[in-house]
Design a protein around this ligand. Sequence first.
Ligand SMILES: Nc1ncnc2c1ncn2[C@@H]1O[C@H](COP(=O)(O)OP(=O)(O)OP(=O)(O)O)[C@@H](O)[C@H]1O
Length: 350
Amino acid sequence: MSCFLSCVRFDTTTTTTDNNKPTITGSVSVSGVTCYTWDDVESLTSNFSRLIGTGGYSSIYLARLSGSINAALKVHVSSHRLYQVFRSELEILLRLQHPHIVKLLGYFDDSEESGALLLEYLPQGNLQEKLNRNSKQVLPWRNRTAIAFQVAQAIEHIHEKCSPQIVHGDIKSSNILLDKHFNSKLCDFGSAKVGFSSMVQPSKTTSTMSPRSKQVMMIGSPGYTDPHYLRTGIASRKMDMYGFGVVVLELVSGKEAVSAERGEMLVHTSAPLIHDILDSNGDITEEKAREFLDPRLSRDSSLDIEEVQTMLGVAAFCLRSPPSLRPSASQVVQTLIKKIPSLSFLGCGK
Ligand SMILES: Nc1ncnc2c1ncn2[C@@H]1O[C@H](COP(=O)(O)OP(=O)(O)OP(=O)(O)O)[C@@H](O)[C@H]1O
């Protein structure tokens, strides 16, 4: 137990810092990212014949590049306001390169109100679907810890390793995509905010705005939104850590952030456990950890209950209030490397 205390205690005072391109006429490639015409887009998706995902702002279609390479085309809904969302996502993706962030391959931009992003295709879809009780396959424990670790690395990259820094603003399991080996990639930078040192107010003072325009500016998704952000409208890196905490609870429990049947939020149903963990400074009994654990993992040979305890401790610290008490992404990465031995198969050093 005392070992576990050191597992999840964070020093919250430290703030660190091909050739596969389609041979389609009309396309222009700059730094490996290709600018397509609408005709190209229609041709790449065989006239939008296969829908593979939908979001609040977009539809995602399977695209075929030369050499039978698949890609995903994210077509933003046409409107002046959503065009800004598309431009912002495009500009952010153009400068992000990380093994656990979805890769931009190309884009279409009519410079007025329509845009589309061509992204690498992640064949296993999103994490929310994979954790769903109706999913045929149960995601093994080993993959769940790896996913948490890789997402923490992606967040560490945008928060601390790129300049200017980026707040994702919508960390949730449906924005975590999985490749054929269940490696994860963070996607959907449509809510992201750029140029933060730690905290920033939305561009206009919220006090002078109507409730409706305030609503339009709010980012995040039900079940994942930092209560501090909801109260203040201030987006910060720590709001991403809150969303990450909810994702870790989903990975451990196999439950949804908002239950489809009852509409209950996982952060609410887990509150007694989170309080217990925080009251005992990161400690949690094996029995309580087992009670919370996804029952589908009971026969998983890769399951290690101490790792479950560590993951729950990490989640509890990420959900802490005030936000300044939450760990940074790099502190989470370091804790996971030290305390989750199975991550060694990913080749990360101690
Ligand atoms: N590159 C990809 N490969 C495979 N599937 C993808 C890819 N990109 C998106 N998807 C699928 O489409 C879904 C929606 O994508 P995304 O979150 O980018 O859209 P959005 O309109 O920004 O959604 P939101 O409502 O979260 O803002 C994802 O959850 C995933 O299932």
